[in-house]
Design a protein. Structure first.
Length: 144
């Protein structure tokens, strides 16, 4: 069975990132395969998110992501078709590793928040499940 079918929300971890701080502010550095548990191929960020908007209603077949609330706060809902949990991100030194094959939604963005995403693959629309119904059909096929 392919890995992404086996992944559950319990494979998604919160990572406490190193913080260098002094009176003039803080620095957090991210490194491939050290602080970020994969090789980063793409970085993007969500910003100017209107109040009340939801994002990220999809799953990736192979892509892994590492998400940080570099400013502000939001909720990440993780769902593997059986289990569901909400992770609240509100610190620039906390990362959430989302493994492949997990349905996610990003909700309740605070005003002015910025969501930084490190991704393990280049953008590829074919890697997405955008239909929850099709995702569940694929994901739950492991039980058939
Ligand atoms: P999507 O991944 O659905 O964003 P979110 O989960 O935050 O709602 O992408 C939204 C749109 O942006 C979609 O049309 C694809 C495009 N896009 C790119 O062109 N390149 C990228 O790297 C990403 C992440 C999205």
């Amino acid at each position: 069975m392919v890995e992404e079918l086996k992944h559950t929300i319990y494979n998604c971890n919160i990572v406490h990132l190193p913080k260098v701080h002094n009176r003039a502010g803080n620095i957090t550095a991210l490194e491939n395969n050290i602080t970020v548990p994969f090789e980063v191929k793409r970085v993007y960020y969500l910003y100017d998110i209107p109040g009340g908007e939801d994002r990220g209603g999809h799953s990736h077949k192979e892509l892994q992501q590492f998400i940080i609330a570099v400013s502000g706060a939001f909720d990440v809902v993780l769902d593997d078709g059986i289990n569901k949990k909400v992770v609240y991100l509100d610190r620039p030194y906390i990362g959430l590793h989302i493994v492949s094959g997990i349905w996610r939604e990003l909700l309740n963005f605070s005003s002015g928040s910025v969501c930084l995403v490190l991704a393990s693959q280049k953008y590829d629309e074919k890697d997405y499940f955008r239909s929850k119904k099709l995702y569940l059909k694929w994901k739950l096929s492991r039980y058939l």
